[in-house]
Design a protein around this ligand. Sequence first.
Ligand code: PGA
Length: 264
Amino acid sequence: MVLFFKKELPSNPLSLRRKMQQLIAGNWKMNLLRGPAAALARDVAAGAAGLHCGLAVFPTFTALAAVQAVLRGGPVMLGAQDCHVAVSGAFTGDVAAVMLADAGCGAVIVGHSERRQCHGETSAGVQGKAAAAAAAGLLAVVCVGETEAERDAGHAERLVCRQVAESVPAGFSGVVAYEPIWAIGTGRTPTQQDVAAMHGAIRAALLRHLGPDGAGVRILYGGSVNPENAAGLLAVPDVGGALVGGASLDAQKFLAIAAAAQRG
Ligand code: PGA
């Protein structure tokens, strides 16, 4: 399986040399004021040398400038946690993808389950955001995942594949993150067999949806990834990296997860 970003952008630090490597992404969620965010970014950047994976961090909007000042010119990519579908306009409180690019971001998370659940985001809306992100030159990280009830009922693969088909725009060259909702922040993770089965199903859905281009879309696993379980999860076939929440707020833990990444 070839893992690479189909349309590499010159500004994308996860390019060429790193295209076969796994991506370890830290979703900082609504945590950290500017000072602690910059300090965490400094520690992550200091530990990046010698790792054989790509690194990205996703601070909250208000910390983007402070973190960008730390990461500028280095190997750690900066991303945001959401964007609006429009380029500009009367959308109070929202941030356009092109504004994130202007602020130094190379990536943006869209459709995280916390936004789907707390803000009523739909897959159709997420698809629009992913397209807007790509148009702004950002790497879109499209999140999908099932609830525990959906898994228990045996519907997980069908529902997640439907989310993929409805959330991923045509011509997509970004990243999909599989995050079972019941694994987020709970300390529980699916078995490696379950992750392998779901990533295989997502890959098949991407190929159906995008044609051959579906082979080049990286699929991350997310949900309670920590230094203890990272090596096992990252060794699962077609796991292209990890989207890390809680453990990404601790530089040592985040770097330990990154050290467990597979060699490209
Ligand atoms: P977690 O969060 O690692 O704290 O489970 C993952 C995420 O929500 O992206």
